[in-house]
Design a protein around this ligand. Structure first.
Ligand code: TMP
Length: 206
């Protein structure tokens, strides 16, 4: 039996991580076998990549950054995602292939088509069954994050994050069946109700 891969995407402060936790609890109560994971740090290798990005003394080019996220993804799919899907799990992943298109592509100026091709290689064709896009104005997201520590990506200018948001919305328009957009400017409960409805609809049809 093949499992289901559900990915969570959105700009910083969109609330996706909170919603993923809540959904995991809800699905488990309903008897699903759920695995939670994240990118880039879903494996020890990916964690090392994330640490590298957090260092201010290590400069890098947008394409270098792209390769590192893809390397982390390849390792993550091989070590975690694919085996879980083979075991029939519902896999919830906080960021995945679309994040590289949105951040390094639209945000960083790397050719999005190139990233799409590299994503096919890195994932070995393991693409999300459903992607929940938590859409919010990045300025609202930043206010929500408050004083949480800011890594390299969070320190980028608001203009960068606006391009990221546009990138996500373009991805959604190109694949409206896979990517479902959720208005994340609303309160946690309203967003959660919509997440549950979308996931339930997907699992029923799966
Ligand atoms: P987080 O907000 O989900 O912890 O995200 C980690 C950071 O890494 C976030 O700023 C987005 C960034 N990122 C990319 O730029 N490209 C990617 O492919 C992934 C997975 C994350």
């Amino acid at each position: 039996m093949r499992g289901v891969l559900i990915t969570f995407e959105g700009v910083e402060g969109s609330g996706k991580t909170t919603q993923m936790l809540r959904l995991a609890r809800w699905l488990r109560r309903r008897g699903h076998r759920v695995e939670r994971t994240r990118e880039p740090d879903g494996t020890p290798f990916g964690l090392a990549v994330r640490r590298l990005f957090e260092r201010r003394d290590v400069p890098f080019q947008p394409l270098t950054e792209t390769f590192l996220f893809l390397a982390a993804r390849q390792q993550h799919v091989a070590e975690r995602v694919r085996p879980w899907l083979r075991a029939g799990r519902v896999v919830l992943c906080d960021r995945y292939a679309d994040a590289t298109v949105a951040y390094q592509g639209y945000g960083g100026g790397v050719d999005p088509e190139l990233i799409r091709e590299l994503n096919v290689r890195a994932t070995g064709g393991v693409l999300p069954d459903l992607t929940l896009l938590f859409d919010v104005d990045p300025a609202v997201g930043f206010r929500r994050m408050g004083r949480r520590r800011r890594d390299h990506f969070e320190r980028q200018a608001l203009a960068f994050h606006r391009r990221v948001r546009r990138g996500y919305l373009d991805i959604q328009r190109a694949e409206p069946k896979r990517v479902r957009v959720i208005d994340a400017a609303r309160g946690i409960e309203a967003v959660e109700a919509e997440v549950r409805a979308l996931v339930q609809e997907h699992l029923r049809g799966a």
